[in-house]
Design a protein around this ligand. Structure first.
Ligand code: 9UX
Length: 69
């Protein structure tokens, strides 16, 4: 497993946190996601053989948030 912390911009309430958490943990290869409203971040544990960091960021953006590098 690898771990990465991504920026997540645009979250404004706990519902956003749940949505981002759900989107990330639904992805194949993602073991867990710890999303912080205060830190505007998501720390994701994932299997790099199954999914790339770019796909994690893409999923965040598809959910309506920004994940700048
Ligand atoms: Mo809160 Mo976020 O009412 O997508 S759920 S702003």
């Amino acid at each position: 497993m690898s771990e990465v912390t991504l920026k997540v911009e645009g979250m404004s309430c706990g519902g956003c946190v749940r949505n981002v958490t759900g989107v990330l943990t639904a992805l194949p290869g993602v073991e867990s996601a710890e999303v912080s409203l205060d830190q505007a971040s998501a720390t994701v544990r994932f299997d790099p053989a199954t999914i790339e960091v770019s796909a994690l960021r893409h999923a965040i953006e598809e959910a309506g948030f920004d994940s700048p590098a």
